[in-house]
Each structure stands twice: as C-alpha cells, then as structure tokens.
Write a protein that binds this ligand. Structure first.
Ligand SMILES: Cc1cc2nc3c(=O)[nH]c(=O)nc-3n(C[C@H](O)[C@H](O)[C@H](O)COP(=O)(O)OP(=O)(O)OC[C@H]3O[C@@H](n4cnc5c(N)ncnc54)[C@H](O)[C@@H]3O)c2cc1C
Length: 399
C-alpha cells in the first residue's frame, strides 16, 4: 500500500525533528541543507529520496515558515535560480532515476550551480532554429557537441548546464533537437564574459568544441528536445516573473523608500504616478500569488508568460520613475568597474543600476513581443502567426 502523503501537522513534526537533530546554531550551513534534503523537506512535493515526501506543493510554505522561524539557513535561491527554477523540474520530468539521484541534491543545496545553454547568435526568440550540433559517436554511444551559445547567465560559476542541440538537420527545426546535461568543466567548454549595459558581466558567450556528453546525460528521447525544452521555458517564465514578494517588495519598495526618505524631491505629478505604480505592483504581486496557487494543482502553463510580461513592464516603469524622482542624482552611476557577479540582482545597488538592469527584464526568459504572441495564441486562442518553416528540413532553412 502506498503511504498517504503527509499533511501539515506531520510536516511540522518532521521539521521540528530536523531542527532538533541538526540545530542551526551548531550545524554548518551545508550540513543543515543536506540533512534537510535527506529529510524530504527541501521541496516537499518531490518524490521520497529526491528531497521530497510526495506532499502537496502548497505545504512547502508551512515547512519554510517553521524552519525560517528557527533561524535555519536557506539555500540562497537567487544564486542558484536557474538550477532551482529551470533545471530541476526538467530533470525531474525527463531524467532517468540515476540522473535524478545524481543531480537534484547538490543542485538544491547550492553545491552545484547550473546555467542554461539555449540561446545562440542566430537563435534567440526563434530558439528552434539553433545550430549547435550533437553527433553520436557510434562506438562509445556518447554525443559530441560543437557550436556556440550566447547570453549564458552564470556560466562562469556553473558546474552543469542544460543544453539543447541539433541531432538531426534533415528534420524540420522543432523535431531534430535533443536535450542534454552538459558538464561545464569539460575541456571543450570555453566561457568568455559579455559585458552588459550595467557594466558588469553576469552573462557570457560559451564556445563548445568537441564536448563529449554521455548518452546517460540525455533528458528525454532523441529528437524530442523541443518538448523537453517547453518544460524548462514554462518554468523559466514563472521563476523569472513569479518570485514570492512581501508587500512593497521588489522595485516598488526601493522607489517608495526614496519617496519617504526624500520629501524635497516630491511633486504632485510624481506622487500620482508612484501611487498608480504602487497599485499595479500590488495587483501583480497578488496575481502572482494566485498563479502560484494554481500551480499547486499542475504544471505551469502559458499563463506564466503573462506574469513575466507584467513583471518586465512594471520593473521598467518603476525604475524609470525612481531615476526621474532623483533628478540629476538619478543619472549618476556609482561604479563602472567590471564585475563578475555570482547572482542576478534585480533590486541591488543604486537607482541607475536598477534602471539599466530592468532593460534586460523584457528580453531575458523570452522577449515581450514573443511572450505577447504566446499569450495571444495559447491563452486567448487567437490566430497564430504565419509560419512557413514548419515542415521544411532545418538544413534547408535560410540562415
Ligand atoms: C539578462 C539576460 C540574461 C539571459 N540569460 C540567458 C541564459 O542564461 N541562457 C540562455 O540561453 N539565454 C539567455 N538570454 C537570452 C534571451 O533569452 C534572448 O536574448 C531572447 O530570447 C531574445 O533573443 P535574441 O537576443 O536573439 O533576440 P531576437 O530573437 O533576435 O529578437 C530581436 C527582436 O525581435 C523581436 N522578435 C523576434 N521574433 C519575433 C516575433 N515572432 N514576433 C514579434 N517580435 C519578434 C524580439 O522581441 C526582439 O525585440 C538572456 C538574455 C538577457 C538579456
């Protein structure tokens, strides 16, 4: 008989047992995180043995509250956002049992950082056009990968990457793609910084030359990588636009703080605009909360794209207003030193940084224009954009 999934009472009891056996006061951060994973309290909805207990996803909040109140360390979700938000759900859905057992624990504890090798110089929004090749070595069964990726956030800190590559150029573009886990320490992987508008290099170009990937590190069937990538992309939109925030969290908190602390900067017009944006931010926050609750019952759907759209629009409007509010001071930029940050920070540093960083919000994780198309076609059911390359072999496409 399958044991019943634990309820809130049982999860609280398990959290207290973990705290009693591994007091956060005397246990190192990493030992606590490992013990938490092994106790099934990392992501309670994951299977037993993989950091979970098969409990309803909504009960994660109960566990988190109990552990946070006791001063337990967290696994720094911002530093490992790609692993948590994108790689983990894909590994869980498509990895073999060995792959799940190998990757999920160090991913969750943050011992191994992940990055996403999807975009290429000629394949961003049109991701299925990608040209990085993976060719099977018939003798060993390994895949040999050659190509170039771009805009790869965190590649400089990553141990592993989720990667999509073309395995059959004779098929139409969506059908000849396969999905892999790539070892970033392979000698064929070269990571070069790309400096962005903020002055720092949070992302990279990645050159792949003869990178050998064992077939065991393939996620999903050969040629089925586009479907696997959809799992990643749906989760990506929710993980970028859908972080849980307190009231006045995120960008609006920063702008409101400036407003409160600097009465001499206030004008009637700015006041009205700030209030409008405050209300919009609160509506977006509560909508995100509702979407998260819907997710409890299933996988993220195309609706997540709407949330990511709203997030990008609001961040740009709010950070723009903050710069305007600060006048000339808002145009000063604190530091142009080239930095290789370990995490993507949407609210960090000064107002100028926030203004510039928010520009990327409408590009990363799918551009606003493309997400609007997704909402139009897959949420509203409006007619699709004309596509004349759907049935043409990839190798015959104009590039
Ligand atoms: C900060 C940041 C971090 C990123 N991190 C990663 C990462 O870690 N891993 C990764 O793989 N990628 C990453 N990306 C890449 C990102 O996903 C792509 O930049 C994005 O998908 C757009 O692709 P592109 O840059 O090739 O632009 P293009 O696809 O060339 O688009 C150019 C313009 O044309 C518009 N456009 C294109 N097609 C259509 C259409 N059908 N209808 C209407 N308009 C259209 C676009 O909206 C855009 O305005 C990151 C990007 C940024 C900015």
């Amino acid at each position: 008989m399958i044991p019943a999934a634990p309820d809130a009472t049982e999860l609280i009891a398990r959290a207290r047992k973990l705290l009693a056996e591994h007091s956060p006061a005397t246990t190192s951060r990493i030992d606590f995180l490992r013990a938490r994973f092994d106790a099934g309290l990392a992501w309670v909805h994951y299977p037993v043995g993989l950091g979970g207990l098969g409990a309803p996803r909504a009960l994660q909040a109960v566990v988190d509250a109990e552990l946070t109140a006791a001063g337990a360390p967290d696994n720094d979700p911002r530093r490992i956002g790609i692993g948590l938000g994108m790689a983990a759900p894909t590994v869980l859905a498509y990895g073999s049992e060995d792959v799940k057992a190998r990757f999920l624990r160090p991913l969750w504890t943050g011992e191994e950082v992940w990055c996403q090798l999807f975009s290429e110089p000629g394949a961003g929004s049109d991701l299925a056009a990608l040209g990085t090749r993976a060719v099977r070595d018939e003798q060993s069964g390994d895949w040999i990968v050659d190509g170039q990726k771009v805009w790869t956030s965190s590649a400089h800190t990553a141990r592993w990457a989720i990667l999509i590559a073309r395995t059959d150029p004779d098929l139409p573009k969506h059908r000849g793609i396969t999905y892999f886990v790539c070892d970033m320490t392979d000698p064929g992987v070269e990571v070069r910084p790309l400096r962005q508008i903020t002055g720092e290099a949070e992302f990279n170009e990645v050159f792949l030359t003869g990178v050998r990937i064992p077939d065991a590190h393939r996620l999903g069937e050969v040629g089925d990588g586009w479907r696997v990538a959809q799992t990643t992309l749906m989760n990506e939109r929710v993980s970028i636009g859908g972080g849980r925030l307190p009231r006045e969290g995120g960008m609006i908190g920063k702008a409101a703080a400036t407003w409160r602390e600097r009465p001499e900067l206030r004008t009637h017009d700015l006041h009205q605009r700030l209030l409008d944006l405050w209300v919009d931010a609160e509506v977006a926050r509560l909508t995100g909360e509702r979407l998260r609750q819907q997710l409890v019952a299933g996988q993220p759907g195309p609706e997540g794209s709407a949330m990511k759209l709203g997030f990008a629009r609001l961040n740009q409007l709010i950070s723009g207003l903050e710069v305007e509010l600060l006048g000339e001071e808002g145009l000063l930029y604190s530091d142009w030193t080239m930095v290789r940050p370990e995490l993507v920070d949407f609210t960090g540093r000064d107002a100028g940084y926030r203004y510039l960083r928010a520009k990327g919000n409408s590009i990363e994780g799918g551009t606003t224009e493309v997400l609007l198309n997704i909402v139009a076609e897959r949420v509203l059911g409006l007619p699709a954009e004309p596509r004349n390359d759907k049935d043409v072999p990839w190798k015959e496409l104009a590039r």
